[in-house]
Design a protein around this ligand. Structure first.
Ligand code: PLP
Length: 373
């Protein structure tokens, strides 16, 4: 019998969309998937080479729970903190789960901006907390400081923030995000700042909240080095917060894959990291410009400033829209996967080739025209 804490957790939406796409493919239809949540580039050959060397050198066992020291030090230097403030995890997701189990009190409130990455809702449910969603649709997908202030209280244990944002591509400015961290601090709440897309930005540089005593920064290399299958994430936080998360991590992820940790630190030491990231971001920028300029003619949206997603207001039920669009050969993610108020939105991922994006735009235009005439 399933435990009660999972009662409100569902996998049905993702399954339903997956099944619809699979069925269309089985029927031999050509469907371009704009649902992809990871860079479409292969893991850079430089990273692969370093990993092979690491495997041959014996990086194939457990590492310390906290991660290999060289990697913790290299990450700490990027943030201007000490290695005591860094713990390596098995991907960003494990880091989010550790932080959730460490800081979300049962029956407390968890503040989540809507739209947001689906997992935050799941973590809050697993921890048996109450969810308070902060609407951002009328403020270009950024949480208003006053709105957060009004919703805050001593019963809030955690606020999730994620900029650059999945699913909107919004990037928050430093003043606003720091104000939120301070409001949380005044109420004794922890901010879990998911900065996993921090390297993928086009206009303004995202601000990190690392260094605040009530903030856990979650990050990793899944997106920045196109290595989602390698499972390397990390947290940056005050030592006492790291100690609490270590209690979960020691029985949860235990450690991230040793050879993958070694490969990443070698890339950081070689000076190749920034070069690899800029190569990928230059390509994403071209696609962002193209897809934004084309699709804004059809639907309301906000120009993505980071990540590789765009959130479109399609004006009708998103499930119906997504299912009908499959018949035109394009798969998108329905907005209801990202919290309340998103029933008329869909997420487009531009982690796909320019050739496919051009075909997809043509198909969306045909669908749009058929619906409006
Ligand atoms: N946070 C956000 C906002 C994401 O979009 C994702 C993956 O899509 C993750 C975290 C998880 O990253 P990882 O693959 O490192 O677990």
């Amino acid at each position: 019998m399933e435990a009660q804490r999972l009662r409100e957790v569902s996998t049905s939406l993702i399954r339903r969309m997956f099944e619809v796409v699979e069925r269309a493919k089985k029927e031999g239809r050509d469907v371009i998937s704009l649902t992809i949540g990871e860079p479409d580039f292969p893991t850079p050959s430089e990273v692969v080479e370093k990993a092979i060397e690491a495997i041959k050198a014996g990086y194939t066992h457990y590492t310390s729970n906290l991660g290999i020291e060289e990697l913790r030090t290299a990450i700490a230097e990027r943030y201007g903190v000490s290695k005591e403030n860094v713990m390596i995890t098995a991907g960003g997701s494990e880091a989010l789960m550790n932080a959730s189990l460490a800081f979300i009190e049962e029956k407390s409130r968890v503040l989540i901006p809507s739209p947001s990455f689906l997992s935050y809702f799941t973590y809050a449910k697993i921890c048996k907390a109450r969810i308070s969603e902060v609407t951002t649709h009328d403020t270009n997908f950024l949480p208003e400081i006053d709105r957060i202030s009004e919703m805050m209280g001593r019963d809030v244990s955690v606020i999730f923030l994620n900029y650059p944002n999945n699913p909107t591509g919004a990037v928050i400015d430093g003043r606003r995000v720091r104000a939120i961290a301070e409001i949380a601090m005044d109420c004794g709440a922890i901010v879990i700042s998911d900065e996993i897309y921090d390297q993928i930005y086009y206009d303004k540089k995202p601000t990190s909240l690392a260094g605040y005593e009530n903030v856990v920064v979650v990050n990793g290399f899944s997106k920045s080095l196109a290595m989602t299958g390698w499972r390397i994430g990390y947290v940056v936080a005050e030592k006492d917060l790291i100690d609490s998360m270590l209690k979960v991590h020691q029985v949860n992820g235990v450690c991230a894959p040793a050879f993958a940790q070694k490969a990443v630190v070698e890339i950081m030491h070689s000076g190749l990291f920034d070069q690899i990231v800029s190569r990928m971001v230059a390509e994403f920028r071209k696609r962002r410009d193209y897809i934004y300029n084309e699709l804004r003619k059809l639907y309301w949206t906000v120009k993505p400033e980071g990540a590789f997603y765009m959130f479109l207001e399609v004006g009708k039920n998103c499930m119906e829209f997504a299912e009908k669009l499959i018949n035109y050969g394009v798969a998108v993610t329905p907005g209801i996967a990202f919290g309340s108020g998103n029933e008329k939105f869909v997420r487009i991922s531009f982690a796909n080739s320019m050739e496919n994006l051009k075909k997809a735009v043509e198909r969306i235009r045909l669908f749009h025209d058929s619906e409006t005439t």
